[in-house]
Design a protein around this ligand. Structure first.
Ligand SMILES: Nc1ncnc2c1ncn2[C@@H]1O[C@H](COP(=O)(O)OP(=O)(O)O)[C@@H](O)[C@H]1O
Ligand SMILES: [Mg+2]
Length: 292
């Protein structure tokens, strides 16, 4: 089960926006995706509540009888939105669970300095330094034709931080998020410019999120066609928990037709994926937070 986290110490850098879009992209690809809000503001949970049931399903955390947040069983992809200021143990624990981290960075010198500090801390973590958890930056709210885009690219190059290009500033993002949508949910003719900007991000993520597709497809970010969306995925893309769906949380997804069993927790699911149960027995406190 791939886990992608969106991280930057700086509030307002676009973490929730990017996280919501990544989850919507996975959902459009036919994946059983959960968007988990590690952010205590729970901004993406509120966004999910606004999301129309006719749009591709994105699951929230489930809340168990002890009022603890868990990944619903049957989920195949997890996107985590994180709070500004995350560092220290909370950051390190989250990295333990993550396969990739995306860092949205705005253009000002203050933004770059905060992101550089976040990058430096992440690089002290063996999982990131060794490349087991991959890390890349995205320029946020930047006109790709301006000097700001080049400055940000040079900054990332200096840090040897993969730079996946920029997302432009547009009210489309703001308006979509207000309506529980993303630009992936809009008609393609309205979003050509923005879709092109998401291509390198999808390219970078596809080998982690869809390894079989990436291996077989010379252009891995090519949108999955509607016929491919409806087709059953090959067995090798099915994690063991795929057929074990806890009743009702993924209403509308294919997986719902399978047998209902008690939910599994993120530690067992992630341990199963990484094959390393010993250091993953505990659910990190921030993932066990009680719902307020
Ligand atoms: N590309 C963009 N164009 C215009 N507004 C944006 C864009 N990305 C984010 N925003 C807006 O910027 C604000 C901060 O973004 P948000 O994703 O909430 O940041 P964070 O989660 O890092 O605090 C929000 O009001 C959001 O709608
Ligand atoms: Mg946020």
């Amino acid at each position: 089960m791939p886990v992608i986290a969106v991280v930057n110490r700086k509030g307002g850098s676009g973490k929730s926006t990017v996280a919501a879009h990544l989850a919507a992209w996975c959902a459009r690809n036919g994946s059983a995706v959960m968007l988990g809000d590690v952010d205590r503001q729970q901004s993406t949970r509120a966004w999910l509540r606004r999301r129309d049931a006719s749009l591709p399903t994105i699951a929230p955390w489930v809340v168990d009888q002890k009022n603890i947040l868990r990944v619903p069983t049957g989920i195949t992809h997890v996107v985590l939105d994180t709070p500004g200021g995350m560092h220290g143990f909370d950051l390190a624990r989250m990295v333990m669970f993550s396969d990739a981290i995306l860092m949205p960075v705005c253009s000002s010198a203050f933004d770059r300095e905060a992101a550089a500090a976040c990058h430096a801390e992440l690089m002290t973590l063996p999982r990131v330094a060794s490349g087991r958890c991959k890390l890349a930056a995205i320029g946020m709210r930047i006109d790709a034709r301006t000097h700001a885009a080049q400055i940000l690219k040079d900054w990332a190059d200096d840090l040897k931080l993969p730079f996946l290009g920029v997302l432009r500033e547009t009210q489309l993002y703001v308006q979509c998020l207000e309506r529980g949508m993303t630009i992936f949910d809009l008609p393609p003719q309205r979003t050509e410019t923005d879709m092109a900007q998401w291509e390198p991000i999808k390219n970078w993520l596809t080998p982690m999120l869809y390894p079989v597709q990436a291996a077989n497809d010379p252009s891995p970010s090519r949108p999955l066609s509607s016929s491919r969306l409806g087709a059953p995925r090959p067995d090798s893309l099915m994690p063991p928990q795929e057929s074990l769906v806890h009743g009702g949380r993924l209403a509308g997804s294919r997986a719902q037709q399978h047998v209902t069993v008690p939910p599994r927790t993120i530690d067992t699911a992630v341990s199963a994926f990484h094959g390393n149960a010993s250091d993953r027995q505990q659910i990190p406190p921030f993932l066990r937070q009680r719902v307020t």
